[in-house]
Design a protein around this ligand. Structure first.
Ligand code: SF4
Length: 284
């Protein structure tokens, strides 16, 4: 995958980003590959040389990697830092790199947005839970038992002004969240199911994997920026709009956010090109 530099970023940044630009290999699965949509990995393998990504899209990932490096240097005595975990299982190689193993606890550092936490109501994202449970399984296969899983998150877009106004907003730009630890047979079942999914010949991504944002209909008062109310169907919005001449209905079109903005294979993915979000209105 070529790293382009449309915004003329400094050479050191481009070189640092290139260090983490690995081609996927058949028969070898990183934990991220395993958890991510099978179609994404398959298209990466098939089209690696045709793909490109601009360095500007990798800046936050680079920032996260820099944080990991510094935190590794300050790891508590006796911990295993960024240990590479390699387990051969059912004909493939599973490879993980957890951030910290200490006192039978696996800790994963994330540099992420406040939204990731608020959206999930203080819980962790489903894919983080899956990822950490695969790490736990890898550690236990390597003779290191795991009793707890933790996400330690630095919130890169945290704002002091919001913390002062909103009690549900994180107090500081940091959150620690314990992740449910599944029983070992459940972890193994999950890994088997993912490997099965990755073996399908032409896998399709689900709406959830494509990060579907459904369409919505906002009832706005003329000249107001903020919606008076937002509905997930046009009929309710239009009924409310009939009650006051000052109201107008504005459709906010849905999208597949990952396909449109984040997926590294979106340029070669026929599923992303061939579908659009079907609005309730169009379904009639
Ligand atoms: S572009 Fe969308 S549909 Fe295609 S692999 Fe990526 S997430 Fe899946």
């Amino acid at each position: 995958m070529e790293i382009t530099n449309k915004y003329d970023l400094p050479e050191a940044i481009i070189r640092a980003i290139s260090v983490y630009n690995y081609a996927p290999e058949e028969g070898r699965y990183s934990v991220t590959d395993l958890v991510n949509p099978p179609r994404m990995r398959l298209l990466k393998i098939r089209h690696w040389r045709e793909l490109s990504v601009d360095a500007s899209e990798r800046l936050w990932a680079l920032f996260g990697q820099a944080c990991h490096k510094v935190l590794d240097m300050a790891a508590p005595p006796g911990s295993t830092v960024e240990g590479k975990l390699i387990v051969d299982f059912e004909g493939v190689r599973l490879v993980g790199k957890s951030d910290l193993y200490h006192q039978e606890r696996v800790e994963d550092y994330k540099v992420t947005s406040v939204y990731s936490f608020l959206l999930e109501d203080g819980k962790t994202k489903k894919e983080w839970e899956e990822q950490l449970n695969v790490y736990a399984w890898l550690f236990s296969r390597l003779g290191k038992p795991v009793k707890e899983l933790w996400v330690r998150a630095i919130l890169r877009d945290w704002q002091n002004s919001k913390a002062l106004q909103d009690m549900s907003y994180p107090r500081i730009p940091f959150q620690s969240v314990q992740v449910p630890l599944w029983p070992t047979p459940g972890q193994e079942r999950y890994i088997r199911a993912r490997l099965e999914a990755h073996r399908i010949e032409n896998p399709q991504c689900s709406d959830e994997e494509r990060w579907l944002r459904p369409s919505s209909w906002a009832v706005m008062k003329k000249n107001n920026q903020k919606a008076y109310r937002v509905f997930d169907n046009p009929w309710q919005a239009e009924n409310l709009a009939k009650t006051d001449k000052a109201f107008v209905v504005v459709e906010r079109k849905g999208s597949y956010n990952r396909c449109e903005n984040y997926c590294p294979v979106r340029a070669v993915c026929s599923q992303a090109k061939g579908t659009k979000v079907v609005n309730l209105k169009e379904r009639g």
